[in-house]
Design a protein around this ligand. Structure first.
Ligand SMILES: C[S@@+](CC[C@H](N)C(=O)[O-])C[C@H]1O[C@@H](n2cnc3c(N)ncnc32)[C@H](O)[C@@H]1O
Length: 258
């Protein structure tokens, strides 16, 4: 069998890691251009899983600042606001995709008295607009850490640590090692160990529980967080109509600034 050189070199370039690592926001912009704000389900379970969100949205909680990082279309931020009784709550919903921020700003529930959506790269050099060091009570990170390359983890943690008040909490959920989505990746989508490119050009990492705990505890000399209640959420999801069994695996936990 003869391989056409033009095709084989194009395929190689198509999967070159730098194509996806150099400007990851470009792929997420495309994602939000192609998908409506309904792509991700509203994270209605947040308050149940993270009791601190009930506390900060309580009517007597006083001034509270919640920062959602990698907020996407606002599928966590808007459900938090929908349950809010605190007149002094401010949610900062940040994402490095301009398109995602546009979607949030255009949402019917976007009320600048309670929410501010901004473009911000969690692994960048700056802090988000209008947020000072030590000003955030709660940070929400839902399926965002997995979008970073391992080389970006340290800077992201440094930024989150700087932004949180002492004792401030991170509410975290993300992909676990061995999740169905990982198992389904084909060879050509591999960037590095446990790190892949989806068909739409966005990147995803699958974490092991101890590895994740080590990262947040600052094992490599990074900022230190107390790791609270980090657990593996494994589920077998059955789709009877399509006769599919899906083994899902997520990690969920809370990290507290020391
Ligand atoms: C899988 S989506 C999750 C969106 C949202 N948290 C949710 O659960 O619906 C990951 C999001 O992280 C954003 N993201 C990826 N890298 C980022 C970075 N370095 N800084 C800020 N946001 C980032 C992407 O644009 C995308 O909106």
């Amino acid at each position: 069998m003869s391989l056409c050189p033009a095709t084989s070199s194009r395929n190689k370039a198509d999967h070159a890691p730098e194509r996806f690592n150099d400007d990851p926001a470009k792929w997420w912009n495309l994602f939000y251009k192609n998908n409506t704000s309904n792509f991700f389900k509203n994270r209605k379970w947040l308050r149940m899983e993270f009791p601190v969100l009930g506390l900060v949205t309580h009517e007597d909680a006083g001034p509270q600042v919640v920062l959602e990082i990698g907020a996407g279309a606002g599928n966590s931020a808007f459900p938090i606001l929908a349950n809010n009784k605190n007149p002094k709550l401010k949610v900062h919903a940040c994402d490095f995709s301009r398109k995602a921020v546009e979607v949030m700003r255009g949402h019917e529930a976007y009320d600048p008295a309670f929410i501010q959506a901004d473009v911000w790269d969690v692994a960048g050099a700056e802090l988000p607009p209008d947020l000072k060091e030590g000003s955030v009570d709660v940070a929400v990170m839902v399926f965002i850490f997995s979008a970073l390359s391992p080389l970006q983890w340290a800077k992201a943690l440094e930024n989150v640590h700087r932004l949180l008040k002492p004792g401030g909490e991170v509410c975290f959920r993300d992909y676990g090692r061995g999740d169905l989505a990982q198992v389904r990746f084909r060879k050509g989508r591999y960037l590095e160990e446990n790190f892949y490119i989806r068909g739409d050009g966005t990147r995803v990492y699958f974490f092991d529980k101890d590895e994740l705990a080590g990262i947040w505890r600052g094992k490599d000399g990074g900022p230190q967080f107390e790791v609270e209640k980090l657990g593996v959420d494994r589920r077998l999801i059955v789709n009877r109509k399509r006769e599919l069994k899906m083994h899902r695996c997520w990690l969920q936990g809370r990290f507290r600034k020391k």
